[in-house]
Design a protein around this ligand. Structure first.
Ligand SMILES: [Zn+2]
Length: 473
């Protein structure tokens, strides 16, 4: 029995939503999360890059599909379906905050497999992307009752309630991993993100949220050691995005209205003949869709919308503005000028025009994804070239994409809880995330998109073609 189970390979990913590498490292050093500290000793703690937008939902795609979100049809937490292919009349808008969360599985590329479809049996908890999971393989996800309970907790801004949801989910995951022995398990615990938004990421309650992750890891490990599964188990702690302080909120919708445009935005989507859809994620990034009746994205904006872009870029709340077109994007910063970013069969390109908005200090010409990573990893915008190239080439991206300036986010109204911290942007604080593994690895993990193919490698499974990442094992 023991030796048979020792050969049983399994992967368990526990996602501490919104945890930064520094937050995890500090907690490990403090002695408050001993099970996680033991993983670091025996395996390792790495900092890797997430994706743009660095926001829950889209940023789960790397872990569950090995793909960047723009590549598989999730350009943001909120987006406008210009092609009118998946969202419905009258607004053709999507928001994964709330009941439309269940639409994710219909929105993602049918040709790109999820890890749940490749591993059986699988188990998912609060996994957002769930294609391939039967209802009984999902914990606490989108049954009407749990959605209602989660919404009530969210709207009450009740942090203790959120941590209780994490505890419930963690204990169900532990029990089902022990009894059902799934080949692959993904469980998201969202306490760190909720506490960070509503109290800031230095609040002592962050440690309470991490202790739940620690307890889950300790329990899953103890069970696996007891019945001989630990030897074959990969237990990885991950996060999908970071966080940074917000002191000022830009009312982006009002800014666009004041510039003379009729807008459409959540939560009140109905408006007469809207001209610009304002779709904010995280809340430190936004897609703006212009000329809404058109079903295809314009490659070049007309004078009115070019002027709008100029006005937006001049706002202190906007750090970077991307304008997709011709297979790439014009990237602009008000103080550092513009450059072109694109990706073609030869590789990734960054060509400075009037300046160096991404602070790379060099042009990149036909470089590999790895070289583009190395050129940007020490800058304020880690992996920016690859991330911008992929998001800009998504047919579902807006004509204007904004990444917020430090201390700012882009939504001032209709938030159920006050935001003292946000994410979504291309900044380091949002893009760098921890990866904690229970065994030494030989390769160097770079991106969250490498995690899914690594999990398949750990399970001895073939890695499907077309992924954006590669195994670090
Ligand atoms: Zn969040």
């Amino acid at each position: 029995m023991q030796s048979a189970l020792a050969k049983f390979a399994s992967v368990v990913m526990l996602l501490a939503d919104g945890a930064r590498p520094e937050t995890i490292a500090t907690a490990l050093d403090s002695g408050a999360v001993p099970a996680l500290a033991r993983l670091r000793e025996e395996g390792g703690l790495y900092s890797v890059t997430s994706c743009f937008p660095s926001v829950t939902g889209p940023a789960y795609a790397p872990f569950l599909m090995g793909r960047f979100p723009g590549s598989i049809g999730l350009p943001g937490l909120r987006w406008f379906d210009r092609a009118r292919t998946v969202c419905s009349f009258p607004d053709y808008a999507r928001s994964y905050v709330g009941y439309q969360m269940r639409a994710v599985d219909r929105d993602i590329d049918v040709g790109a497999p999820t890890i749940f479809e490749l591993c059986t049996p699988s188990l998912g908890a609060l996994n957002v992307i769930g294609r391939g999971l039967a209802q009984q393989q999902r914990i606490g996800s989108i049954s009407a009752r749990s959605a209602f309970r989660a919404a009530r907790t969210h709207f009450a801004g009740n942090l203790a309630g959120w941590l209780q949801i994490d505890r419930d989910v963690a204990s169900q995951v532990r029990q089902r991993v022990r009894v059902e022995r799934p080949e692959f398990t993904f469980a998201a615990l969202t306490g760190v993100d909720k506490v960070s938004h509503s109290r800031g990421q230095n609040d002592p309650m962050i440690l309470d949220a991490l202790k739940i992750v620690d307890d889950a890891a300790a329990g899953i490990r103890a069970d696996a050691e007891r019945d001989g599964r630990w030897e074959g188990m990969s237990l990885w702690i991950i996060s999908d995005h970071g966080h940074s302080r917000v002191t000022q909120h830009e009312d982006l919708v009002k800014v666009v209205q004041d510039a003379g445009f009729r807008t459409m935005s959540h939560p009140w989507l109905y408006s007469r003949s809207p001209e610009v859809a304002v779709m904010v994620s995280g809340n430190a990034m936004a897609h703006l869709y212009v000329d809404l009746p058109s079903r295809v994205r314009a490659n070049k904006l007309d004078a009115r919308y070019t002027a709008l872009g100029k006005a937006l870029l001049a706002r202190p709340s906007v750090d970077l503005m991307l304008m997709p077109g011709d297979g790439g994007a014009l990237v602009s910063s008000a103080s550092r000028g513009s450059a072109l970013v694109w990706h073609d069969a030869r590789g990734y390109h960054y060509v400075r025009e009037s300046g160096d908005p991404l602070k790379i200090s060099a042009n990149l010409s036909a470089v590999s994804a790895d070289a583009a990573y190395d050129a940007t990893i020490q800058t304020d915008y880690p992996d920016s070239v690859v991330q911008i190239a992929h998001l800009a080439s998504s047919p579902r991206a807006g004509e204007i994409i904004l990444s917020a300036a430090r201390d700012w986010d882009l939504r001032a109204r209709y938030e159920p809880i006050p935001h003292f911290s946000s994410h979504g942007a291309l900044h380091r604080e949002h893009m760098m995330v921890p990866l904690l593994v229970n065994r030494p690895i030989h390769g160097t993990p770079k991106r969250t998109v490498d995690v899914m193919p690594s999990a398949l490698a750990a399970l001895g499974k073939p890695i499907p073609p077309g992924l954006d990442g590669h195994s670090f094992l």
